[in-house]
Design a protein around this ligand. Structure first.
Ligand SMILES: Nc1ncnc2c1ncn2[C@@H]1O[C@H](COP(=O)(O)OP(=O)(O)O)[C@@H](O)[C@H]1O
Ligand SMILES: [Mg+2]
Length: 277
């Protein structure tokens, strides 16, 4: 297969259109070994929270592909709609082509206008990360019942309210309600799967798209991989599902007007990527 059919080359995957054969018209996702992070003393520090590719980790693509395969098959078995068709090699997957949820510029003649690109849906079992930084009145690691938030993708991700999504015409109210429900049902399945391995998912991020073929149904696309989940060990739920270990686990700071929050019990992606392989 050649690059003639390359649709998109991202940080973690390349997307190709399949020209012929049994999967003609479908997309082939190739999971790459590129890893994002930051540079420290001239050396790469890998961190999925960063958006710059700083190096390669041999085998990372294959692990992400097997991990995603595990979860997409689980969704398939539970009749949850996704783009997944089949996995054809250790780092290649065939998927249904979809249009990521986005919106073209309405008035391109205005300088600075920009399209809305690939919405990302975050969901959270517990308050941490940017959620706590935005809402620091909330107790760290309190149960936030899989609250779903939507983000525009770009140099900086910007939170977009569900009301603004409907009002701008980016999505209909029905589509928004359906998408929130879909994200929460997948979040539930992923959380249960980790719980069965004595791990707790703190939060996650999914991408949705409208299928190009058929009825344009909204499904989960892209990947469910260690890169899109924050996981901890030692979760002790109280009666309301708040983590009772937060006093020992969460570390916050306020410096120069900037808040930070870390969780001592968070498990690095490298330590849980092997459990579903
Ligand atoms: N089924 C699909 N149909 C169309 N586009 C898809 C599908 N699944 C994933 N994508 C897109 O492919 C790209 C995957 O590449 P990735 O390396 O994850 O990109 P990024 O660097 O933007 O995160 C994403 O832009 C995602 O929106
Ligand atoms: Mg991506």
């Amino acid at each position: 297969m050649t690059n003639e059919n390359l649709v998109y080359s991202g940080k973690s995957k390349d997307v190709f259109t399949i020209a012929e054969g049994p999967h003609a018209g479908k997309y082939r996702l190739v999971f790459k070994d590129d890893a994002t992070g930051y540079m420290e003393n001239g050396k790469p520090v890998f961190d999925p929270g960063y958006d710059t590719v700083v190096g390669q980790i041999s085998g990372k693509g294959a692990i992400a592909c097997r991990f995603a395969t595990h979860f997409f098959k689980l969704l398939q078995a539970r009749n949850v709609p996704s783009h997944y068709i089949e996995t054809i090699s250790e780092n290649e997957m065939i998927v249904e082509p979809a249009d990521p949820l986005s919106m073209a510029v309405e008035s391109p003649s205005f300088p600075g206008s920009a399209p809305l690109l690939n919405l990302e849906f975050t969901w959270r079992n517990n308050a941490t990360g940017s959620f706590w930084r935005r809402y620091p009145f909330v107790r760290p690691c309190r149960n936030v019942h899989k609250v779903v938030e939507v983000w525009t993708k770009g140099d900086v991700d910007v939170l977009i309210t569900l009301e603004a999504l409907a009002e701008t015409g980016a999505m209909s109210k029905d589509e928004i309600a359906q998408s929130v429900e879909l994200v929460q049902s997948i979040a539930q399945i992923v959380s249960q799967e980790f719980a069965a391995n004595d791990l707790h998912v703190i939060d996650g991020k999914f991408e949705l798209g409208r299928l190009k073929q058929g009825d344009g149904k909204i499904v989960i696309i892209d990947e469910i991989s260690p890169d899109v989940l924050r996981v901890c060990k030692g979760y002790i739920p109280d009666d309301s599902g708040n983590c009772a270990a937060y006093q020992q686990c969460a570390i916050t700071s306020l410096f120069d007007g900037k808040r930070t929050i870390k969780n001592r019990n968070q498990v690095p992606a490298a330590d849980f990527m092997n459990i579903f392989l």
